[in-house]
Design a protein around this ligand. Structure first.
Ligand code: ITT
Length: 198
């Protein structure tokens, strides 16, 4: 059976990836299956650089093809912030509620038309040899004035999708994967992965 490892510590991402690959005949490992693999610090200046750092490290350590996602929220009014700092926007890595509070406070009083934002995702696919390929996806929306919805993770409760009349956190996983930055980036990797894993 074809084997691949997802190099992420983020439970929300992992759930979405598992849903995306659920119909494919691959054995999918996560870092939980290989607890000795530690991802290096994300020192890159772009999603692409950070995705590459994670995928290369995991592929080398696991000895199999690895897939890593680096993603984040880019808010127009904030000049593209938090960007690569999305996970640690309020200081502590992965504290979603603090990150959301900080975002809302920075956008206090900013009118709807100036609250445009996008989620971006770069997926890196690395071989143990270090060879690496990239795919990306973007999802556009607006930042709400208060959180809504309990699904997803991160900034989802604040990310308004006008075409659904809902926040990302009000979509179920299937709906989110259809339109999200991660779903788009992942689907773009499929032809490549199918070829590589052949
Ligand atoms: P790994 O590096 O272990 O994969 P991480 O959470 O540190 O996990 P990133 O460095 O790529 O991952 O940061 C991604 C952050 O961007 C994430 O913590 C959220 O704050 C935000 N984010 C990314 N995708 C998101 C999504 O689909 N919904 C909501 N927020 C998202």
């Amino acid at each position: 059976m074809k084997e691949i490892i997802f190099a992420t510590q983020n439970e929300g991402k992992l759930k979405e990836f598992r849903d995306l690959v659920s119909l494919l005949p691959w054995r999918v490992y996560s870092l939980k299956d290989r607890p000795k693999i530690l991802l290096p610090e994300e020192t890159g200046a772009s999603f692409r650089e950070n995705a590459e750092i994670k995928a290369r490290a995991a592929a080398k350590a696991a000895g199999m093809i690895a897939l890593a996602d680096d993603s984040g929220l880019e808010v127009d009014y904030l000049g593209g912030e938090p960007g690569v700092f999305s996970a640690r926007f309020a200081g502590e890595h992965g504290n979603d509620s603090k990150n959301n509070e900080k975002l809302l406070s920075l956008l206090k009083g900013v009118p709807e038309e100036k609250r445009a934002a996008c989620f971006s995702c770069v997926i890196a696919v690395s071989f143990p040899s270090g060879e690496t390929f990239f795919c990306q996806g973007v999802c556009e929306g607006y930042i709400t004035h208060s959180p809504r919805g309990n699904n997803g993770f991160g900034y989802d409760p604040l990310f308004w999708l006008p075409s659904f009349g809902k926040t990302m956190a009000e979509l179920n996983m299937e709906e989110k994967n259809q339109i999200s930055h991660r779903g788009k980036a992942f689907r773009a990797t499929l032809p490549l992965l199918e070829k590589l894993l052949d």
